[in-house]
Design a protein around this ligand. Structure first.
Ligand SMILES: C[S@@+](CC[C@H](N)C(=O)[O-])C[C@H]1O[C@@H](n2cnc3c(N)ncnc32)[C@H](O)[C@@H]1O
Length: 254
């Protein structure tokens, strides 16, 4: 237990830029929470962020892009069982159900209000969808229940020890865990990205959360350290200016 307590504390000290992050990168980090993560923020503001995420996902083609990436991961499975964690609005699950004729989706989020809104829409009545409240850090499902778990634009919400727990839990309940998140670009580029967003942050909740997401997103080396902490194998793609993609599997004993 002593070892576990020490390991948790140590991983939580890791900068979002990874164990060897530069001094500048360490400055481009914050403990401030996004509106979505705060209990003192009204539901109207939070729903506006979720609606904006759904709209931008459709308008800029990310929902389709992410659905393609997810389906590639289960291309060999005839009737895949897919778990979406942190679904927010359910747009990705809806696309997966539209595109795959036999996939079964479990659409989940930790936020009861989001789960209720998803269940009240078309996904709540879809014959191949189940809508549930699930915390990605403590997934209420038996080992090996799913072929794929996906966690999109959500991983950065969690501090390192909880993020590592998602890696362990996701790879316990699913053969593979697909994480797609904002990239953490090299510091000069990161500063430019932040500078374009900051002027709008006080006025537009979606941009406010975007700035904090950018400061909290994990670098490739941080993702590797988290996977190591969770005893998982990780394969990374993209991530310079395109979204960071991580495919995580339970580490096979060698
Ligand atoms: C930025 S939103 C992303 C929503 C959606 N996946 C998308 O791509 O637009 C982050 C989501 O992660 C969810 N979330 C945060 N912590 C979580 C946890 N521990 N387990 C499951 N979902 C979580 C939030 O409730 C929120 O819906």
């Amino acid at each position: 237990m002593d070892y576990m307590a020490r390991a948790l504390v140590d991983i939580d000290r890791m900068p979002r830029g990874g164990p060897n992050a530069s001094c500048v990168d360490r400055l481009l980090e914050t403990d401030r929470l996004e509106y979505l993560d705060r209990d003192d923020v009204d539901e109207k503001t939070k729903r506006s962020v979720i609606r904006a995420l759904e709209w931008t996902g459709e308008a800029f083609g990310n929902t389709e892009k992410f659905a393609r990436i997810a389906l590639d991961e289960v291309a060999e499975v005839p009737d895949p069982k897919i778990l979406e964690l942190g679904a927010g609005h359910g747009g990705l699950s809806r696309k997966l159900l539209d595109w795959h004729p036999t996939a079964e989706l479990t659409v989940t989020d930790v936020e009861p209000v989001s789960v209720k809104a998803i269940a009240a829409g078309d996904l709540g009545e879809h014959p191949r969808a189940t809508v549930r409240e699930i915390d990605a850090t403590a997934i209420d499902a038996p080992d090996g229940s799913f072929d794929l778990a996906v966690f999109v634009l959500s991983f950065h919400h969690l501090p390192p020890s909880l993020a590592a727990r998602v890696l362990a839990e996701g790879t316990r309940v699913a053969t593979k865990l697909l994480i797609i998140d904002l990239p953490r670009p090299p510091s000069p580029l990161h500063i430019v990205r932040l500078a374009t967003m900051l002027p709008f942050a006080p006025w537009i909740p979606f941009v406010h959360d975007g700035v904090i997401s950018s400061l909290r997103t994990y670098s490739p080396s941080a993702l590797r350290a988290l996977a190591d902490h969770a005893s998982a194998d990780i394969e990374l793609r993209g991530g310079l200016i395109s979204p960071q993609i991580a495919v995580v599997r339970r580490r096979q004993s060698r």
